[in-house]
Design a protein around this ligand. Structure first.
Ligand code: NAI
Ligand code: MG
Length: 498
């Protein structure tokens, strides 16, 4: 039992106020490197959700926010981006502490995050309706794009700040108000972000955060009648549950769900580059990314040679304290996930896959008591095994051989997911064919993991609905209204059909 006096105690942010939960209860958030609690987070209840949604609804309907011109609104969103740049180091440190992400990754990610606020802030006053041609005499018809209302943003634990940003920046730029529910495993960084929301000068109620568990906060948030849209990132199982609940209220949804992405290496690839791409595909963020290239498809002709080089490279990875600049693979973010990954490793062994690297908990001295899993590579995997079909969300790679292009496409697409795919080849015809045939929202050729505020991101099949990022995607936070005006001097007699 930890002395609670040593823990950092957070408050939630509702209606411009820093508050405890209605119940006054808290729960602990762990530091995965030390495998021990470091912060206390308010344990939100349905009453807190109701309060936050009502505040957001009020801020949407009246007060300063709806009166702001689009240019002023955009300037506020850009100001938030500036503050994130200014405080990126602090945000990064909190994320490392609570999530176990590498500081080396986070310091770049928090700085890059500001781009979404600058980009969508700039777009706020470029949301243009149209004057449409008409087939009716003496009429004038135009469209206007309007915000939806209260947006519920439900966030997972793997990249809390970035995934909040992907929703918050366009939602605000479009004129909505937002209630954020971070993951119970990683609430601290999103609460730190609220300090910057406050400092930027958003009117009270425009952005709110309710912390707590899925059943106490997430579910009542999705079901609240004053919520107009749910923007979710997380597992497909929870996504499906949320989609069903949102359907009962006929709400708008966007969903970024899981993946089992194929990273496909042909024998005509630049092998050194492909090795690096395979490594970053699975071991970046300790494999805890929706885009993880967790199935490595290698052409039979180079299979053994490629695997040797891959294993040799992966062996060089340094594990340890995620705050240290030299650390290359950090801990797993939470204990249930740590246990889940170890369980999948056992399942893979039971299915007959052979671990050619790792295959268990990391007991290196520099890992201490943290939740570390050795970078693990399985060979002898066939695509029907559970280790090839299910999202592990950890540093566990399944290597699957293939014969030719046709077989690579068949295996690549033979999963329920379709988030991303990588292709390594120097043959342009092959690259273009693969880009066309792979069922995935993102295809990378001779690279992996590129994402940007400029480009749409999202999933095919069970990997999601709708897209995030890019110019068009602001429409996910807008609805269109058609306005008809008659310029006729008299209204015709309605009883005479014309
Ligand atoms: P989850 O998808 O259950 O949770 C994501 C968010 O949804 C959290 O904020 C959670 O509190 C909330 N939530 C849970 N139940 C809810 C409900 N009924 N209504 C509304 N909100 C609800 O993910 P979880 O439990 O954190 O991780 C489980 C597995 O999901 C992981 O082992 C991993 O495989 C996968 N995962 C995938 C992610 C991805 O981006 N593809 C991200 C995080 C987890
Ligand atoms: Mg934590």
């Amino acid at each position: 039992m930890t002395a609670t006096a040593t823990l950092t105690t957070y408050k939630m942010y509702i209606d411009g106020q820093w508050v405890d939960a209605a119940s006054s209860d808290h729960f602990e958030s762990d530091d995965p490197f030390r495998a021990s609690p470091w912060a206390l987070i308010p344990r939100g209840t349905p009453a807190d959700v109701d309060r936050a949604v009502r505040a957001a609804h009020k801020a949407f309907a009246c007060g300063e926010w709806p009166k702001l011109t689009a240019s002023r609104r955009g300037a506020l969103v850009r100001r938030l981006g500036d503050l994130i740049t200014e405080h990126s180091q602090r945000l990064a440190e909190v994320e490392v502490r609570d999530n176990g992400k590498l500081y080396a990754e986070m310091s770049m990610q928090t700085a890059y995050m500001a781009q979404w606020y600058h980009y969508y802030g700039g777009l706020a006053d470029k949301i243009e309706g149209a004057v449409l041609p008409t087939d009716k005499p003496d009429t004038f018809n135009y469209t206007r794009y309007e915000p939806l209302g209260v947006v519920a943003a439900i966030i997972p634990w793997n990249s809390p700040l970035l995934l909040t940003t992907w929703k918050l920046a366009p939602a605000l730029a479009a004129g909505n108000t937002v209630v954020i529910k971070p993951s119970e495993f990683t609430s601290a960084s999103v609460l730190e972000l609220m300090k910057l929301v406050e400092q930027a000068g958003f009117p009270p109620g425009v952005v709110n955060v309710v912390t707590g568990f899925g059943a106490d906060v997430g579910a009542p948030l999705v079901e609240h009648p004053l919520v107009a849209k749910v923007a979710f990132t997380g597992s497909d199982v929870t996504g499906q549950r949320i989609y069903e609940a949102a359907a009962r209220g006929l709400k708008h949804v966007t969903m970024e769900l899981g993946g089992k992405s194929p990273n496909i290496v042909f024998d005509d690839a630049e092998i050194d580059n492909a090795v690096k791409g395979a490594i970053s595909g699975i071991f970046a963020a300790t494999g805890q990314t929706c885009i993880a290239g967790s199935r490595l498809l290698v052409q039979q002709t180079i299979h053994d040679q490629f695997l040797d080089r891959l294993v040799a490279f992966a062996k060089t990875a340094k594990m340890g304290n995620p705050m240290d600049a030299g650390t290359q693979i950090g801990p797993v973010t939470n204990k249930p996930q740590f246990e889940k990954i170890l369980n999948y490793i056992d399942i893979a062994k039971g299915e007959g896959a052979r671990a050619v690297l790792g295959g268990g908990r990391a007991t290196r001295p520099e890992c201490g008591s943290g939740w570390f899993v050795e970078p693990t590579i399985f060979e002898g995997v066939n695509n029907q095994m559970r280790i090839a079909q299910e999202e592990v969300f950890g540093p566990v790679l399944s290597v699957i051989p293939f014969k030719d292009e046709e077989e690579a496409i068949a295996i690549g697409n033979d999963v329920v997911y379709g988030l991303a795919a990588g292709v390594w080849t120097q043959n342009m015809r092959r690259a273009l064919t693969m880009a066309e045939k792979l069922q995935a929202g993102t295809v990378w050729i001779n690279t992996y993991r590129a994402v940007s505020y400029l480009s749409p991101f999202g999933g095919y099949k069970r990997s999601g609905i709708g897209r995030e990022s890019g110019q068009e995607m602001i429409k996910e936070y807008l609805q269109v209204k058609s306005v008809w005006i008659s310029t006729a001097t008299t209204v015709p007699n309605p009883f005479i059909q014309r």
